[in-house]
Design a protein around this ligand. Structure first.
Ligand code: CA
Length: 676
């Protein structure tokens, strides 16, 4: 058995034989890729940044992304090499000391699991759910059609499945609300029609989901190809509303009874890690009937993964196991499902999810759904001291899975946890219909606060950017005239003691973000709200020109006319330097250069230029910096009408726009009376 120099209990789900992949975040940092050993989450993006995968990774910046899709789009050899590299870094005796001996890298990349938030590890493009456990299909068929007719004639010839809903695949832990839907009015007489109401028969389904990897196929896959494209596996709970399903499933299968929520565990256990636990399926052989050649798997089998479902009611202190099954209880394995999925030419992409179907065994305690455990509601299922036929509001459903062998040791999947919440009160009742639903706030960055000074031109730049993006914010005035920027309280917020400073919360990770320097703030707002109106031109060259113009002001003009610094120089030069004169000169020089660039740009666009600085038809970051600078220049009596007529014209144009008007220094909190 292999061990790690990071001490991990032998019965941990995440021993060194596992090395699964997931996506995590810590407050204030964006989601990125990770693996886990024991209770320690390892930030793979930092290991990548430190060059530990340079020789085995064909492309850069794979692990700093918010999902694993780019990584698992690579060929299987890349996934295997990366996992092997992580093992070599962590195994004892250590085979690659670059992590073990780098204490700064260890400090930065190791997090305790309790301190991180886990995210859905993949962007699920498409999700298909199969129906591949013979025991489950036989149970359900027997309940609804009788023993002799349990399996439909096609079932033993192909993996039956339906296209599921990718948009409602959630990562564990997740709260699921009991859905409303259409229910058959009379249980025994479908001709009576239906009524609208809350589901009464809520159920879980114990499943394993395969994650598809590799480059998209354009042709049907062979079994061998399919095997090389299964990246790994997740525990999956296919929440099911049985009464809605009963009424709607004829003749095209489940629809709204399944599309409201599917929960998966956060760590993808790789197919590589599971290889050591390969085992025959509960069917043993597939020889009656023998499948068509494209479905024949020379290594036909599944994996020996013990899978359990436990339920904890709102009154109970711990989950009670209600089902113990095994991933072996499959007739069609994941490679066969994938090969069949593509038989007509369907293209499968990295991040596609294949649910196994409910995994039931042959004994009554191994049934993977309440439908089977309660045998269609005909008997009570024991949940600790309580009993139920289907799920109750407040029930927490916990799926687990693990493998164990004398040679390999222990490997597990963590857990897939979901809590069933009570149904909303009549979500589509007549009184509620017609009322426009309140749009949920889905912005990742919220609660903006702007620390600034009414007259500071760089604060004005940020106010314009916030107005352009329609972001509401609270103004916190910092009185530069009263030296408030040097106060202890403000220096804690911004150690540089300057304005502006923008603060906001990151609701995805729970962190707080504080940013100084107006150009950095504007860049942040641009990337954080890419779908809103922008201060950056869409065209690359135009964008570079706008940034160049902005920098002529930001670093080439504004700091040189800073009256606080100039007064200091004036004093130290015993009056040889005149602060106001220097400020005036700096403004004249900078704005004069900008005027030339604007005219040059207009010339280059030969008559097709718009009215703004960079030659477009809406203001950009160049105009924002320019207008705020002209406001500064006016304080030093800089005369621009002769030298910079184009800028004066643009300034007037901008100051008529709402985003400049409302944010104008004269309209801010803290303006002294009769200020000019
Ligand atoms: Ca299912």
């Amino acid at each position: 058995m292999a061990y790690s120099w990071l001490k991990v209990p032998n019965d941990s789900d995440f021993t060194i034989v596992n090395v699964p992949f997931g996506v995590f975040s810590v407050p204030g940092k964006s989601p990125r890729a990770a693996t886990i050993l024991g209770d320690t989450v390892l930030d793979l993006s930092l290991l990548e940044e430190a060059g530990l995968f340079d020789d085995i990774m064909p492309i850069a910046n794979v692990f700093c992304r918010p999902d694993l899709n780019t990584f698992i789009e690579q060929p299987k050899a890349v996934w295997s090499n990366v996992r092997q590299r992580v093992i070599r870094l962590l195994v004892e005796p250590c085979e690659d000391p670059r992590l073990k001996e780098n204490s700064a890298l260890k400090r930065a990349s190791f997090h305790h699991i309790a301190e991180v938030k886990m995210h859905l590890p993949i962007h699920v493009g498409d999700y298909t759910d199969f129906y591949s456990s013979r025991e489950h299909a036989t149970n359900v068929g027997t309940m609804f059609r009788g023993k002799d007719d349990a399996l439909q004639p096609n079932w033993l010839h192909l993996p039956v499945g339906y296209h599921g809903r990718a948009s409602t695949v959630y990562v564990s832990p997740h709260n699921v609300r009991r859905p409303y839907g259409q229910l058959q009015k009379d249980a025994n007489d479908p001709s009576q029609g239906s009524e609208y109401g809350p589901c009464q028969l809520m159920d879980f389904e114990l499943e394993m989901a395969a994650v598809v990897g590799g480059a998209a196929n354009t042709r049907p896959m062979t079994i061998e190809q399919a095997k090389s494209r299964i990246f790994g596996f997740l525990l999956m709970n296919d929440w099911s509303a049985r009464d809605i399903q009963k009424w709607e499933y004829v003749p095209l299968g489940p629809f709204t009874s399944k599309n409201f929520a599917t929960t998966v565990s956060p760590w993808i256990v790789t197919a590589d890690a599971l290889e050591a636990f390969a085992a025959p399926t509960s069917a043993g052989l597939q020889d009656n009937p023998t499948p068509l050649p494209y479905l024949q798997d020379p290594e036909y089998g599944s994996y020996d993964v013990v899978m359990t479902v436990a339920i904890q009611s709102a009154r109970q202190s711990q989950p009670n196991v209600v089902c113990t099954s095994n991933f072996k209880n499959l007739y069609w394995n994941s490679a066969q499902q994938l090969a069949h999925h593509t038989v007509t030419g369907c293209s499968m992409k990295a991040g596609d999810l294949l649910g196994s179907g409910t995994i039931s065994g042959s004994t009554e305690t191994s049934f993977g759904s309440m439908l089977e455990l309660s045998w269609k509601g005909s008997r009570e299922v024991k949940v600790g001291e309580e009993k139920r036929k289907f799920l109750h509001d407040g029930d927490v459903v916990v799926l687990k899975g693990h493998c164990v062998s004398d040679v390999q040791g222990h490997l597990g999947f963590g857990e897939c946890r979901g809590t069933l919440l009570a149904a909303e009160t009549a979500p589509l009742s007549p009184t509620k219909q017609g009322v426009v639903a309140e749009a949920p706030t889905t912005d990742r960055y919220q609660n903006f606060k702007l620390y600034g000074y009414w007259r500071s031109s760089s604060t004005w730049r940020v106010r314009v950017a916030l107005a352009v993006k329609h972001i509401e914010y609270e103004t916190i005035p910092i009185d530069l005239a009263g030296d408030q920027q040097k106060s202890e309280g403000y220096l804690e917020v911004n150690p540089f003691g300057q304005v502006p400073l923008l603060e906001c919360s990151d609701v995805l990770t729970g962190g707080t973000i504080r940013l100084g320097q107006s150009i950095a703030i504007i860049d942040f707002l641009e990337e954080a709200f890419p779908l809103r109106k922008s201060l950056l031109p869409k065209n690359l060259v135009e964008r570079a020109i706008a940034r160049q113009m902005a920098e002529i002001i930001n670093s080439g003009t504004q700091p040189l006319q800073n009256i606080f610094s100039l007064r200091d120089f004036e004093m130290r030069s015993s009056g040889a330097i005149n602060a106001a004169e220097e400020a005036k000169k700096a403004n004249e020089l900078g704005l004069g250069v900008l005027e030339k660039l604007v005219l040059q740009r207009r010339g280059d666009l030969s008559g097709e230029a718009g009215p703004y600085c960079a030659g477009g038809f809406c203001p950009t970051i160049a105009d924002v910096c320019m207008v705020a600078q002209i406001y500064n220049a006016s304080r030093f009596r800089v005369e621009l009408s002769e030298t910079c007529p184009a800028l004066v014209e643009i300034d007037k144009l901008c100051n008529d726009l709402p985003c400049f008007k409302a944010s104008h220094p004269d309209n801010q909190v803290g303006v002294p009376e009769r200020a000019n």
